[in-house]
Design a protein around this ligand. Structure first.
Ligand code: TRP
Length: 347
């Protein structure tokens, strides 16, 4: 049996609150990423110190694509900025540009236990039946994620529901480090900020599947790079049923595709599902879908345009990312100095 995680005790961390999150540069950002993550990143920066990372080290755990990695890294950075993350307020940077991530990941490799990682459901899902042929990096992915967060002593991490287990692992690693090295309260125990159910965006073809870049049907998702026509077409062709929209939220029960479209409308209009149904209940999809399409185009077309503008000038984008890496490094460097001292390395 593997060593059990240390019993959870309240964190004695006294440092400031700090937000950290990251997205992989694996291409194909879509409406689910926008409403589920980016909108939240933007909202948090008004009240919190935020660090947003493009996690290219994580991207090579599955397949390496050296010809496209840098381009896709810039595309995610452009999406952050186009969605409204302000590089003056928030730190936006690329993971591989700050060496603290890999250094701390190694130290955490020696803190985390095999048994903890063996329980990670995302690895089991991704590796499937071929765990022995997947990279060690894929197995180790959540340890690197813990290092991402804790290299900055981040306290809050906006992520999707699927990352909850990785955040628990981050807390276990932080706590075991603090215990093993007799450094109580050195690392915070980071808390996930899980998005509300309204922000869980499902496939336009199947209301029981998450909207995903890996769905073979492009009609199942709205890509952040889709033009106005494509956005409108996909929403008008989205799967529904022949009944009118329900009058109440309870009426969405058993109608996942309808619930999804209402959820998308509500998220785009910044209202709740009840408000959407108060307006649209009893009406047909023939009227609702064009209104939804107009709303989506109004909100997303400017983002697509801004992404195109930003990626067309890679030098300007790289200057932002270099500044972000310098600022990230300035935060991580003194923390890593402390880590080296606490671990007892020659300095
Ligand atoms: N694993 C996260 C995801 O797939 C991405 C990620 C990597 C991340 N490092 C992180 C998210 C640190 C939050 C904090 O969504």
């Amino acid at each position: 049996m593997s060593e059990a995680p240390p019993a959870s005790t309240p964190s004695s961390y006294l440092g400031p609150a700090r937000v950290f999150s990251g997205m992989q540069p694996t291409g194909g950002l879509h409406l689910g990423n926008y409403l589920g993550a980016l909108v939240k990143f933007v909202r948090l920066q008004d009240t919190q110190d935020c660090i947003y990372c493009v996690v290219d080290l994580h991207a090579i755990t599955a397949d390496a694509n050296p010809a496209t990695l840098a381009q896709q890294t810039r595309e995610v950075a452009a999406a952050y900025i186009a969605a409204g993350v302000d590089p003056k307020k928030s730190v936006i940077f690329v993971q591989s540009a700050v060496l603290a991530h890999t250094e701390l990941a190694w130290i955490f490799n020696c803190v985390a236990r095999m048994g903890w990682l063996e329980r990670m459901t995302q690895f089991k899902d991704k590796a499937g039946k071929h765990a022995e042929r997947s990279s060690v990096g894929l197995f180790d992915y959540p340890v690197l994620q813990a290092a991402d967060i804790l290299a900055y002593k981040a306290t809050h991490v906006p992520v999707g529901e699927d990352q909850k287990q990785h955040l628990e692992l981050s807390r276990d690693i932080a706590q075991k480090f603090n215990n093993d090295f007799a450094a109580p309260g050195f690392f915070p125990l980071p808390e996930p900020l899980i998005q509300g159910p309204g922000a869980r965006i499902m496939s336009l073809r199947d209301g029981k599947k998450k909207m995903s870049k890996s769905d073979p049907s492009d009609a199942s998702r709205i890509n952040l790079t889709d033009d106005a026509d494509a956005i409108a077409q996909k929403l008008k062709r989205a799967t529904t049923d022949p009944h009118p929209l329900p009058e109440t939220v309870e009426g969405l029960e058993g109608r996942p595709e309808v619930e999804n479209l209402i959820g998308i409308y509500a998220a785009l209009a910044n209202v709740d599902a009840a408000a959407v149904l108060a307006e649209w209940g009893g009406k047909g999809f023939g009227a609702f879908k064009p209104a939804l399409a107009d709303l989506a185009v109004a909100r997303l077309a400017p983002i697509a345009g801004e992404m195109r503008r930003l990626t067309a000038d890679p030098a300007a984008l790289d200057a932002i990312l270099r500044d972000g890496a310098d600022r990230a490094n300035a935060i991580a460097a003194p923390i890593m100095d402390d880590v080296r001292r606490i671990v007892g390395f020659w300095r």
